[in-house]
Design a protein around this ligand. Sequence first.
Ligand SMILES: *Cc1c(COP(=O)(O)O)cnc(C)c1O
Length: 375
Amino acid sequence: MTDLEEFASNKVSLMKEKNLYRSLVETEKIEGVRIKRAGKNLISFACNDYLGMSMHPKVRAASIRALKKYSAGAGASRLITGNYPLYNDLERLIANIKEAQAACVFGSGYLANISVIPSLVGSGDLIIADKLVHACIIDGIKLSGAGFIRFTHNSLDSVANILKDRREKYNNCLIITENIFSMDGDKAPLEELYKLAEENKAWLLSDDAHGLYIKERSIGKNFIQMGTFSKAVGTYGGYVCGKKALIDYIKSSARGFMFSTALPPSIIAATKSSLQIIKDNKALSLKPIENACMFSKLLNLKEAESAIVPLIIGDSSKAVEYSKKLEEYGFYVPAIRPPTVPKGTARLRFSFSALHTKKQIEELVKIIKKEEIIK
Ligand SMILES: *Cc1c(COP(=O)(O)O)cnc(C)c1O
């Protein structure tokens, strides 16, 4: 047996050698997109708070009111005593926004994915997932015990071929993708995927964690929409929307729903308030993409499809070097390296917010050109 301390320090040394070691940097939001990171004031192009809702005065006020009225914590899972009144309101609101019959709120998006996937499929079933889906989807797939095949990113042909070869050998089949991919910012062809799913008696689950305008997406009866409140909504928690029967079933089977404590009232109240503001303000929801498009246009990149724009550098140490360079100019743009992204595709990942100004984006572009990060 290895001594535990020795075990951990050996692991850390190995990670450091391979450039896989991650360290935490104390970061504070100042105002809008301004952050203080390791004591330094920076403009952030890293946050998922796309609409600036986390700092919104009305959202914070709603949170404080709920904290005073109810409690600091929920005290138990929703099936025991944690189902305080705000929950039903929030589930009705998100279902309404998503044009679904019903919704189920989870502790986080991560928890939703690792809970819902094993509720839907298991041994004898098949999962076909996009090659670039998020880590928590992969974890949910592993927990499910279902057969698992990845399809080439956003390739309908690849999905069709897998279905043709394998569908018949399995009982139920679940296709999994993301509305917007978190490291590339591109969109999945959801309508076409749904059509393929229907033709092959499969279900479709899509993760809308990076969705911005939180609209539409009723798509069809065998469509499951998963999402999170921790990004554009600016608060915390995950959700799943779909047919009433599906949501009923999930509430009695998803382990991360049944065996985890409900979210605190202050969080649910903040989420409700934020969603209502977003729902009533379409122009605000469009702003992050407009900013991303302005940036991609100024740099002659492929037109942005979402608020996320990657600048592929390739080499990991080069990406880190560029990130540090931008920081010297007062901009925080993270370098994303393998294993988060495939080998040889280390990148700078720019996340645009509704609160970035034209001037900030122009200044950033000027520096990227001056430092020859893009030639
Ligand atoms: C962030 C993210 C999640 C996890 O959501 P949390 O609410 O932060 O746990 C799930 N899926 C995708 C695609 C994400 O980007």
